[in-house]
Design a protein around this ligand. Structure first.
Ligand SMILES: Nc1ncnc2c1ncn2[C@@H]1O[C@H](COP(=O)(O)OP(=O)(O)O)[C@@H](O)[C@H]1O
Ligand SMILES: [Mg+2]
Length: 296
C-alpha cells in the first residue's frame, strides 16, 4: 500500500508493474489543443554569439502531455532545454510558464518560475559524493517547505515510484546506467514540478531498460500530472509515449514539423522529417539535396 504523499500530488493511477506493454495506447492524443499550456514558447531564437542554433521556435506544452523535441545531433535540442530552465538567455522571443514571461521577470521572479521545472540531464548528473537519498534531498531542501521527516517520506516515495526502494544509501558510482537515470528522474520529480524536462533519458540504455524507462515516464506523468518535455533520438520511445512535439532542422535552423511523432511518421512530406522518422538517410547530393535514399 502507498504511504500518503507529503506533497499534495494526485494519487497513483496504477503501479509500474501493472503497465500494459502496449504503452502507445496510454499516450493521451487529441486533448492537447484544449488543455491550458504549462509552457508556451513564442518565436524563440537561440544563439551562441554569432552562431545561430535555432530561430522561429514556437510551441505550447499542454498539461499532462509528453512533448517530444526531435532532430539530428547538434540541431539545438539541449540548447532549447537550457533556455527553458534559465541557463541560456534566448536572443529573441519569449518563454512563458502558465502565461508568465520568464525572461521579462526579475531574478526573484525567475527563481520562482524555475522551481516549476525538474530537469534530468543527459549524463544523469548525480552528485557522486552523495548517496541517492542525499541527491534527492537537495531539491526538497531548496524548493519545498517540507521538514526533515517529510523529506525522508518523500524520498522513500519517489524511490518507490522508480523501483529503487533499497537504493537510498547507495552511491551513484555503484549503480548501473539505467538505475542512474531512474535515480536522476526521482530527483527531478521530487519537488513535484509541473514540468519535467528529460534530455535523452534512454541514451546509452539497452532496449529493455529503455522500454522500462518509457513506461516509467508515462507512470510518473500519471502519478504527478506533470507535463514532460522529452528530448530523444529513440524512435520507439518517441512513437510509444509522446503525444505532441516539434522537429528542429539542423540545416535551415528552424522547426520544420509540429505534432505527435506518430503523425510526423505517418503524414510528414518534408524529406528530412520523413527520412529521420523512417531511419533513412538523406542523399547529400548537391543537385538533389532533398532526395531521400533508404538505408541499406
Ligand atoms: N556552450 C556552447 N557554446 C557554443 N556553442 C555551443 C554550446 N553548446 C552547444 N553549442 C552548439 O550549439 C549547437 C546545438 O547544440 P546542442 O543543443 O547541444 O544540440 P543537440 O542537443 O540537438 O545535439 C551545436 O552546434 C553546438 O556545437
Ligand atoms: Mg543534446
Amino acid at each position: 500500500m502507498e504511504t500518503p504523499s507529503p506533497l499534495p500530488l494526485p494519487s497513483a493511477c496504477h503501479d509500474l508493474a501493472n503497465l500494459d506493454p502496449a504503452i502507445a495506447d496510454h499516450a493521451p492524443g487529441g486533448a492537447t489543443a484544449l488543455a491550458p499550456a504549462v509552457l508556451e514558447v513564442r518565436n524563440l531564437a537561440l544563439r551562441f554569439g554569432s552562431h545561430l542554433v535555432q530561430e522561429q521556435v514556437s510551441f505550447q506544452v499542454a498539461a499532462r502531455s509528453i512533448f517530444a523535441v526531435i532532430g539530428m545531433s547538434g540541431c539545438g535540442k539541449s540548447t532549447l532545454l537550457r533556455s527553458l530552465i534559465g541557463l541560456l538567455c534566448p536572443s529573441a522571443g519569449q518563454v512563458l510558464f502558465a502565461g508568465v514571461d520568464y525572461w521579462a521577470g526579475t531574478p526573484a521572479q525567475r527563481n520562482q518560475l524555475r522551481k516549476g521545472c525538474g530537469m534530468l540531464f543527459q549524463s544523469a548528473a548525480l552528485w557522486s559524493s552523495m548517496t541517492i537519498a542525499e541527491n534527492i534531498n537537495l531539491p526538497l531542501r531548496q524548493l519545498t517547505a517540507l521538514n526533515p521527516q517529510q523529506r525522508q517520506a518523500r524520498i522513500a516515495e519517489v524511490l518507490h515510484w522508480v523501483g529503487m526502494d533499497s537504493c537510498a544509501d547507495v552511491a551513484p558510482a555503484d549503480l548501473s546506467g539505467g538505475m542512474k537515470k531512474r535515480a536522476a528522474l526521482a530527483r527531478a520529480l521530487a519537488a513535484a514540478p509541473p514540468l519535467l524536462l528529460l534530455d535523452e533519458p534512454s541514451a546509452g540504455l539497452d532496449p529493455i531498460n529503455a522500454r522500462r524507462l518509457d513506461a516509467l515516464i508515462l507512470d510518473i506523468r500519471d502519478r504527478t500530472g506533470a507535463a514532460v518535455i522529452l528530448v530523444s533520438h529513440e524512435l520507439p520511445s518517441l512513437l510509444a509515449i509522446a503525444n505532441d512535439g516539434i522537429f528542429f532542422d539542423a540545416e535551415s535552423k528552424r522547426p520544420i514539423a509540429h505534432g505527435s511523432p506518430r503523425d510526423m511518421l505517418a503524414q510528414s512530406d518534408n524529406p528530412t522529417v520523413h527520412a529521420f522518422m523512417r531511419r533513412e538517410i538523406l542523399a547529400a547530393s548537391a543537385d538533389h539535396p532533398a532526395q531521400v535514399a533508404a538505408t541499406p
